[in-house]
Design a protein around this ligand. Sequence first.
Ligand code: ADP
Ligand code: MG
Length: 560
Amino acid sequence: MPIKPFQAESKHLLDLMIHSIYTHKEIFLRELISNASDAIDKLYYKTLSEENTGLNRDDFAIRIVPDKENRKLTISDNGCGMTREELETNLGTIAKSGSLDFKNEFEKKPDIEIIGQFGVGFYSAFMVSDHVAAVSRAFGGDETFRWESHGAEGYTVEPCEKRETCGTDIIIDLKPDTEDEKYGEYLDAYTLRSLIKKYSDYIRYPIRMNVEKSRLKEGSKDEYESYTEEETLNSMVPLWRKNKNEITKEQYHQFYKDKFMDYEDPARVIHMYTEGVATFHALMYLPARAPYDFYTKEYEKGLQLYSNGVLIMDKCADLLPDYFSFVRGLVDSQDLSLNISREMLQHDRRLTVIAGRVEKKIQSELESMLKNEREDYEKFFRNFGLQLKYGVYQDFGAHKDALKDLLLFHTSAGEKYSTLAEYVARMKEDQKYIYYACGETVQKVELLPQTEAVKDHGYEILYLTDPIDEFAVRVLEKYQDKEFKSVSADDLDLETEEEKQEAAKKVEENKDMLAFLKDALNGKVKAVVLSNKLKTHPVCLTTSGAISMEMEKVLNSLPN
Ligand code: ADP
Ligand code: MG
C-alpha cells in the first residue's frame, strides 16, 4: 500500500499544528468529540429532512473506549461516516473542512449546530499520538475504510472489516509521555470524565463510557466485586438554554455552586437571552460574598465563553468591565469569529456588542435590586461597592453616569446607607451643595471640627470612609446639578454678608497674631487664618487647593 503524502504543504502545516496552534494538549479530546457530534448532526439533519433513515434522535451516541493495556483510546460515533473519497479529502487535506462545506450548502438548518469550520481540529490528535486511525463507514454505503497515519509522512486508506453501522471510530495510540499535568493519564476514567465535563458537557448527544465500579458481593458483608457499567458523562442540555420558567431556584443555585466552586448560594441570578446583531444566552451570578482573592492581583475577572455548547474560554475578560468583575457566569453564542485553535476570539464586533448588552443587564439588575430588595443590595454593596466606586473614578469618569445611582454612602442623617438621590431629596431649600467629609471611620468623621458649621445649618453631610470615595466624588463633580463640596473647603459660603464683613474686620484686627503664629510654626503650615467654621473646637487643620488631606494620604501610599 503506497503512502500518500498529505496535500498542500501539509508536512509543514502538520508540524506547525502539532507544536504551536494549541496551548493545551488535552483539547484533542474536545476536538474529536466535536467532530463526532458534527457527524451525528449531519446524519440527524438527514433524518429531519428528506430521507427516511429509520433513525431516531435517541439512537445517536458518542462512545469513549480507553484500552489501558494497549494504550489506545477510541472515540466512536454513529454519525454520517465518511466514504473513501471523503476520508481522503477531509482527513488527507489539512485545513479542509467538510463541516464548513456542509454548513455552506444549506441556508437554514433546523436544530443542528455544526461546530467545525477550520479543518484542523482532527490533527490535534497528533499532539498526544504518533499513530492515528479512522475507521469509517458512510451512511448509505456498504464498505468500511481505514485511514491511517503516523504523522507528517502521509497517510494510507484501505478497505477493512465492515463496521456494523455507519459512523466513525477514531483510534489513537497514546504516546508514552502523554500525562496531563492537571488531569493525569488520558486513559483514566477520571481524567476522561473531567475533560469531558470541562469542555464537552453540553454536546447534545450522549457521550458514553464503560466505567469500572465495585460493589459488595451478594450475601457478603466485606467482600467486594467489580463490575462495569455504561455511564453518560455529559449533561447535554445546558441549563442556560432552557426557559426561565422551567428552571427552579434550586437548579440555578446548584449549577452555580458546581460550576463556580462556591459553597454558598449566590446572592442573585441573572439569566438573559438576546437576539439581534448578536444572539446569545448568558447566565450570570452575583456571589454572596467576595471570593478570598477578590481584592488581590491573583483574581481574574471574566465570563466563560461557549460556542455551540463547546467551551472556548474559561475566563473571557473582554466580556466584563472591571467594575463588574465580581460577576461569575457564562455567555453562549453561536456567531462568534473564533480563531483557528478555537481557544481565542478574533477581535470581533459581536463580542463587543455582547459585552455591552451584558454590562447593561448587570447594571439594570443592580438598579432593580436597589429599588426592590434594599437589604440584599446593601449586603451586596458592602461586598463589592468598592469596585463600583473605582468604576466611577476609572477611565477619567467615562462610566460615572452608569454607576452614580448605584453608590451608597453613610451620612450624618443616621445609621442607614443613603444613595445620592436620597440625599438630594432631603436637602434643605436653601442648601446649595452636597457636603462631604472624609475620614477613616464614621465615628472619626463625626468628630471632625469642620463638620460643625455645616451641621449647625441643618445640612446633611456624606461621610466618605473609603480612600477611593473622595476621588470618586471629585470625578462626579455634581449630582443632579448639585455640586459636591468638602466641609474643609475655604469657601463653604455659609455666612451672610454681614457675617462676612465682620470676619474681614476680625482678620484685620488679628493680623499680627496670625503672622506670629505662622512664624512660630516655622514652615510647617502654609498659612494661619481665622475660621468661622468652628463651634466647639478652638482650631483645625485644613488644606487648600485641589488635593485634600485624605487624598494626599492615598497618593503618598501609592508605589512610585
Ligand atoms: P473541522 O471540524 O473544523 O471541519 P477537523 O480537522 O476537525 O476540522 O475535521 C476535518 C473534517 O473531517 C471535518 O470537517 C469532517 O468533514 C471530517 N470528519 C472528521 N471527523 C469526522 C467524523 N468522526 N465523522 C465524519 N466526518 C469527520
Ligand atoms: Mg473539528
